[in-house]
Design a protein around this ligand. Structure first.
Ligand code: CP
Ligand code: NVA
Length: 308
């Protein structure tokens, strides 16, 4: 039987995304009621976490999530593995499949994650590539809905670099039926293939270079860092992205109940001001917390161990 991978939201149906979110929320509710020690659906299971790039939230939330569900984790880095000395991705996938129950991987190379999944007989989870960050958007949707109700039919505005996080927002817009407005400089606009995919899927996507036009009446304003991992040598980004900073002026044109979201880490004073990060509309730390709960939904779903 083909393993249940979690590679991209574009590869999941709306019902599957909802199922994963529901599992995560149900486990979160139980944890809140103090029932967390009673259920250990992943007892005896081991997750290998392969990190080629730094992480705080993804690493800690998968690690703690796995343990709280009764399982164990193994932390690996590409450099310490034989992968770094030329062992193929396919062979690595075959070998890891004999030892552990699932693999979560963070690497910039999207094709590598796909190849790992193709050759693994266990679930593979995308923990961020240069192209997408699907786990993040699960936590983001969960957070939006906790604060503002169903995301269906709502308007989410992205202001900034059309990066990996934005790509997963595009996938989510197609699957969960909300409008996504994207404001970015032409040089850092969404990839044409991403937009044509969205069009084919019937997603409501508006692309503009004007952050204020995009933010008008929106239910959420979302941004991310100006310099993603792998873009460190692109100094022009700072000038290009200045007009897309989320500050009081931009936030004031959104709906009065709009929330501010950011996957973190934030670069305060660049893509967002302190005033917005720490202000009443910011839900960024709930969003960070929800990585833990969403991750549990993903793990339980991939491993067929959902309790609801
Ligand atoms: N948002 C996110 O993925 O954070 P980390 O890079 O700390 O994992
Ligand atoms: N876009 C950022 C997200 C970090 C969680 C990056 O890829 O570095």
């Amino acid at each position: 039987m083909k393993p249940r991978h979690f590679l991209d939201l574009s590869e999941l149906s709306s019902a599957e995304i909802r199922r994963v979110l529901n599992i995560g929320s149900a486990i979160k509710a139980k944890r809140r009621r103090g029932e967390r020690a009673k259920e250990r659906p992943l007892e005896g299971k081991v997750l290998a976490m392969v990190f080629d790039k730094p992480s705080t939230r993804t690493r800690v939330s998968f690690d703690v999530g796995m343990r709280e569900l009764g399982g164990d984790t193994l932390m690996l880095t590409g450099k310490e593995m034989q992968l770094g000395r030329g062992e193929t991705i396919a062979d690595t996938a075959r070998v890891l499949s004999r030892y552990v129950d699932a693999i979560m991987i963070r690497t910039l190379d999207h094709a590598m994650v796909a190849e790992l999944a193709q050759n693994a007989s266990i679930p593979v989870i995308n923990g961020l590539t240069k192209m997408t960050h699907p786990c993040q958007i699960m936590a983001d949707v969960m957070t939006f809905e906790e604060h503002r109700g169903s995301i269906k039919g709502r308007t989410i505005t992205w202001s900034g670099d059309a990066n990996n996080v934005l790509a997963s927002w595009v996938h989510a817009a197609a699957r969960l039926d909300f409008t996504l407005r994207i404001a970015s400089p032409p040089e850092l606009a969404p990839r044409p293939e991403l937009l044509s995919w969205a069009k084919k899927e019937g997603a409501e996507i508006v692309v503009t270079t004007d952050a204020f036009e995009a933010a008008e009446g929106a239910d959420a304003i979302v941004t991310d860092c100006w310099v993603s991992m792998g873009d460190e040598d692109e100094f022009r980004r700072h000038n290009l992205l200045k007009p897309y900073q989320v500050n009081k002026r931009l936030m004031s044109v959104a709906d009065k109940n709009a929330v501010f979201m950011h996957c973190l880490p934030a670069h305060r004073g660049e893509e967002v001001t302190d005033e917005i990060m720490d202000g009443p509309q910011s839900v960024v730390f709930d969003e960070a917390e929800n990585r833990l709960h969403a991750q549990k939904g993903i793990l339980a779903w991939c491993l067929g161990a959902a309790s609801e």
